[in-house]
Write a protein that binds this ligand. Structure first.
Ligand code: NAD
Length: 320
C-alpha cells in the first residue's frame, strides 16, 4: 500500500516513517512537508521515502501526491501554542484549512485518514483523568485549531464515509524532537539545558502535570490504525496513562543522567494548562495490543539518542 505522511519530516512523522518502512504491507511512503519546523535530514537514510516539499494548503499538489494512496497520517501543523497566540490566522490557515484540504484529497483518493489532534482541546480541566466526553475548552488558538481538526475528521466520516480517526496526542517525546528554539517542548528543552550545563527553566511552580508519551508508543498506534483502518466516531486520547509533574520529571532526568540539575523557576506562561492526564479507556479498547513505553525507559532512550546525535564532544565527556 501507498501511505502519505503529512508533516513527515517533523519529529513524530519521521519516527513514523521509520516504523512504516519496516512493515511489509507498506510499499511506498510519500511525505508532504514544507520544512517549516521539520527538516529533510530527519529522513536521511530512509530509501523508501519520497519527500515532496510543499504546503498542505495546496490542493493541486495534494491531489497529485494522493493518487493511488490507501492511507494518510495527517501530522502537518503549526504545532506551537505560543506561536498561535502570536499569529492565530497563520495557525488557522495551516491547521484548519490545511486539514480540510488533506481530507478532501483523502476523499478523492478513497484513502483512510488518521489525524493528529491534541490534549490542548481540553484546556485546563484538572482534577481527574481527561476522558473524551468532556467539553472542549481550549486555552489557545492552537487548541481551537485542533478542535476543528478532529471535528472535520469526524464530519468527513459521517458526511462522506471517509474512514477517519482523530487521536488526541498528549505530551509526546523522544528522538528527533528539537530543542534549539524558544517554543521547544519541555523534555528536549530540559535535556538540552542539562547537557549544556545550564539551569532547567520551569515556567510556574513545577507542579503542573503532564501525561508524557514516548514517541514509539505513538508510532505503534498510528501504524496499527493505518494497517487496520481503525476508525472511531469520536476522538481518542493517546497518552501513556502515567501523569507526572515537572518536578518528578526533573528527578527522573537526574536519575537517568546520574547527577543533580539546577532549576530556575520563571513566571507561568499564558495558554499552558495546569494538569493534563488522559483517560485510557478508548485507546485500550481500540488498540488492546499496545503497551506504552514507560517514562524512565523513554527518557533513557531519548538521552542516549541526544548523546549520540546532538551533544558536542565536550558535553559528552562532562557527562562521564
Ligand atoms: P513537528 O513540528 O516536528 O512536525 C510538524 C511538521 O509539519 C513539520 O515537519 C513541519 O515542517 C510540517 N508543516 C508545518 N506546516 C506545514 C504545511 N503548511 N505544509 C506541510 N507541512 C507543514 O511537530 P510534531 O511534534 O512532530 O507534531 C506532529 C503533529 O502532532 C502536529 O499536528 C502536532 O500539532 C501534533 N501534536 C504533537 C504533540 C507533541 O507533543 N509533539 C502533542 C499534541 C499534538
Amino acid at each position: 500500500m501507498k501511505v502519505v505522511v503529512t508533516g513527515g519530516a517533523g519529529f513524530i512523522g519521521a519516527n513514523l516513517c521509520r516504523v512504516l518502512l519496516g512493515r511489509p504491507e507498506v510499499a511506498e511512503i510519500v511525505v508532504v512537508d514544507d520544512l517549516s519546523t521539520g527538516a529533510a535530514e530527519n529522513l536521511d537514510g530512509l530509501a523508501g521515502v519520497t519527500l515532496v516539499v510543499g504546503s498542505i494548503t495546496d490542493p493541486v499538489m495534494l491531489r497529485k501526491v494522493f493518487e493511488g494512496c490507501s492511507a494518510v497520517a495527517h501530522l502537518a501543523a503549526r504545532p506551537s501554542v505560543p506561536l498561535s497566540i502570536a499569529d492565530p490566522v497563520a495557525s488557522h490557515h495551516v491547521n484548519v484549512t490545511g486539514t480540510v484540504q488533506v481530507l478532501e484529497a483523502a476523499r478523492a483518493a478513497g484513502a483512510y485518514a488518521v489525524v493528529a489532534s491534541s490534549s490542548a482541546v481540553y484546556g485546563d480541566q484538572s482534577g481527574a483523568p481527561q476522558h473524551e466526553g468532556l467539553p472542549q475548552l481550549p486555552l489557545s488558538p492552537y487548541g481551537v485549531t485542533k478542535v476543528a481538526t478532529e471535528g472535520y475528521a469526524m464530519a468527513y466520516l459521517r458526511c462522506f464515509g471517509v474512514p477517519t480517526l482523530a487521536l488526541r496526542f498528549f505530551n509526546v517525546f523522544g528522538p528527533l524532537q528539537p530543542a534549539g528554539h524558544a517554543y521547544a517542548a519541555v523534555i528536549p528543552a530540559f535535556l538540552a539545558a542539562a547537557l549544556e550545563g545550564r539551569p532547567l527553566q520551569v515556567f510556574g511552580d513545577g507542579r503542573q502535570v503532564r501525561d508524557f508519551v514516548y514517541v514509539d508508543t505513538v508510532t505503534e498506534v498510528l501504524t496499527q490504525a493505518i494497517l487496520g483502518r481503525v476508525t472511531s466516531p469520536t476522538p481518542v486520547n493517546l497518552a501513556s496513562g502515567s501523569p507526572t509533574d515537572l518536578r518528578e520529571l526533573i528527578a527522573q532526568i537526574e536519575r537517568v543522567l546520574d547527577r543533580h540539575l539546577e532549576v530556575e523557576y520563571l513566571d507561568a506562561r499564558t495558554g499552558d494548562a495546569r494538569e493534563s492526564q488522559a483517560d485510557q479507556t478508548r485507546l485500550r479498547s481500540l488498540f488492546p495490543g499496545v503497551v506504552p513505553v514507560d517514562l524512565h525507559t523513554g527518557l533513557r532512550r531519548t538521552v542516549r539518542w541526544w548523546q549520540r546525535e546532538q551533544t558536542p564532544a565536550a558535553a559528552v565527556t562532562a557527562l562521564g
